[in-house]
Write a protein that binds this ligand. Structure first.
Ligand SMILES: NC(=O)CC[C@H](N)C(=O)O
Length: 232
């Protein structure tokens, strides 16, 4: 699998993401630049990593969504390419219209840097094949604007079409308000596009891929991709 990780001014999670992907696939991802107008031939996965692109000015991800490379990413996604957006990357996907809804300021109005837990809602995607359905896994959140919002009709459509990939839970798997640290609608932590190939999520599974650092709860996401997008 050949992955490309896009850097914007203010991106700060590209190295963690590269190490996570390399660990799972054995292959070094390409680091792409926001001014690029084309993706390298043979790209299987584009990753928009976390950070503070353009200093979060205007709205998180809003300026990055207008970058030259986004046109190529739109085309790639339109051809059925896989695109993963984590944290600031999820904000970019929403701002770019590749996923519905918006990431609002956390309900507490505070930047939240802490552990969280998520439930895997479906396993028939390239991102979740190595998890168990309903599996609870621990990750880290580090954001000021992770409060997922969409109108009721959109939320109902996401639920009805099974496009909610991940939901915040307590450590023992309860979907409660207390587990919903940033105030997201319906405890939504991550959503998929209708073809299941674009995933945006706020927490950082790339933080949990090394037993010597913070455990390996996030590793199945990258192993799923490695398996699903393996090229002969
Ligand atoms: N870790 C991140 O990607 C942070 C995203 C964004 N800058 C926020 O604070 O919401």
């Amino acid at each position: 699998m050949q992955a490309g990780i896009v850097m914007f001014p203010g991106t700060n999670r590209e190295r963690d993401m590269a190490l996570a992907l390399q660990r799972a696939t054995g292959r070094k991802p390409a680091i792409l630049w926001h001014r690029d107008t084309e993706l390298p031939a043979g790209t299987d996965l584009v990753v928009l990593p976390g950070g503070f692109s353009y200093g979060d000015y205007l709205r998180c991800g809003a300026m990055a969504a207008q970058s030259p490379i986004m046109r190529a990413i739109h085309e790639f996604a339109g051809r059925g390419g896989h695109v993963l957006g984590v944290c600031n990357g999820f904000q970019m996907l929403a701002e770019a219209g590749l996923l519905p809804g918006a990431l609002l300021r956390n309900a507490s109005l505070r930047f939240l840097s802490m552990d969280c837990h998520m439930r895997v809602e479906r396993t028939d995607t390239a991102y979740t094949g190595r998890f168990q359905r309903g599996q609870i896994f621990r990750s880290t959140m580090a954001h000021g604007d992770g409060n997922y919002f969409a109108d009721e009709a959109t939320l109902d459509r996401l639920e009805g079409e099974g496009l909610v990939a991940l939901r915040y839970t307590t450590a023992d798997g309860q979907v409660t308000e207390a587990a919903n640290l940033n105030g997201s609608a319906r405890n939504i932590a991550g959503i998929l596009s209708p073809n299941l190939r674009v995933l945006g999520l706020m927490p950082h599974p790339e933080n949990q891929v090394d037993p010597l650092i913070d455990g390996t709860d996030g590793l199945p996401l990258f192993e799923s991709l490695a398996e699903a997008l393996a090229t002969a």
